[in-house]
Design a protein around this ligand. Sequence first.
Ligand SMILES: O=P(O)(O)OC[C@H]1O[C@@H](O)[C@H](O)[C@@H](O)[C@@H]1O
Length: 315
Amino acid sequence: MDRAKKPAAIPVSPIQPTPQVSISDDNSRVTANLPTGQQLQVLLYGATVISWKSANGKENLFLSSKAHLDGSKPVRGGIPLVFPVFGPPSSDHPTGRLPQHGFARNSRWEYLGKSSSESSTLPNSKGDASVKLDFGLSNSMLSDSKWDYEFNLTYSVTLSQDSLETSLAVRNTGTSNYEFQVLFHTYLAVDSITETTVSGLEKAAFKDKVQGGKEVEPAGKPISIGSETDRIYTAAPEQAIKILEKGKDRYELTRDMLSDVVVWNPWLEKAKGMADFGPEDGHKKMVCVEAGSVSAWNTLDAGDTWEGGQRIKAL
Ligand SMILES: O=P(O)(O)OC[C@H]1O[C@@H](O)[C@H](O)[C@@H](O)[C@@H]1O
C-alpha cells in the first residue's frame, strides 16, 4: 500500500489580530480605549466626560479631587453639559424653576452605544481607530421635570488619535416651540495657570461677570489669568481658540453652531468656597474654556432639531 507523502509544512509568520477599540460599561460609566493608547471615560450621570487621556497617558481634563462621582451633585471637572439654561435661571423665564446650568448635568443619561469605530484592516497595524459613543436623555426619563417641554437629546462623544469631539442634538418632540441655551463646560487641565494663555478671542467683546456683568471692549491681546476670571465672550470669532502653555500650543478648540465662549477660573478664594473643589491650589491646574450658545436664547420649533458641537485637539 502506497503511503501518501506528507506535504512539507510551509512556514507562515504568525498573524497578530488587529488591536481593537475596547469599550466597557459598568452601568455607571463607559470607558473606551483606542489601540493606540488614548482613553475616554464618561459617567452616565450627566453624560459627563470625566477623563480624556492622550496616547502618552497625559490627562487633558481637570477633575477636582473632591468631585462627587456618585450622582449626588454635578461633577466638578471634566465636561459637564449645560442645558437648557446657562447660569442661574431668571424666575420670569420657563427655565425659572431649574437649578443653575439646568438639568442635563445632573440627570442620569442612557448609553445608546458605540455608533462608529474604524480601524485599519492591515494585520499587525494599530490603525487609526476612533470611537463615537452616544448618550440619550428625554423628558420621559426625568422623574421631576421642572421644565414643561418635550425633548430628545443625543450627546455624542468621539475619541480620536489627537482629539475629542462632543456634539449635542436637541430635538423638540413636543407640539410647542421653546427656548434653550447650551454649553460644554470644559475644564481643561494645565500645568500652571500663570504660564497659560488663551488666544483667538482678542477681537471679541465680553461680559465680565466678575465686574457685575459689565460689557468690556475687545482686549486686543491673548488672555492671561492671574485672578478670578469669569467672562462670556459673545459672538466670538469663528477662528480656532488656542490654549498655550509657556508660549507653546497645548489645546486647540473649534466650534460648530456655538457662538459664545466662557472663560472661567475661580481662583483661590472662590475655589475655597466650593466644597467640591480640590486640591486647595487646584485653580492653578485648570482653565475652563466653554463653548456654548448662552448670550441669547435659541428657539426650537416643534419637530425641529438643533445641533452643535466642539472639537478639542490636544497638541
Ligand atoms: O459652580 P457651578 O454651578 O458648576 O458653576 C461654575 C461656573 O460656571 C461658569 O460657566 C460660570 O460662568 C460661572 O459663573 C460659574 O461660577
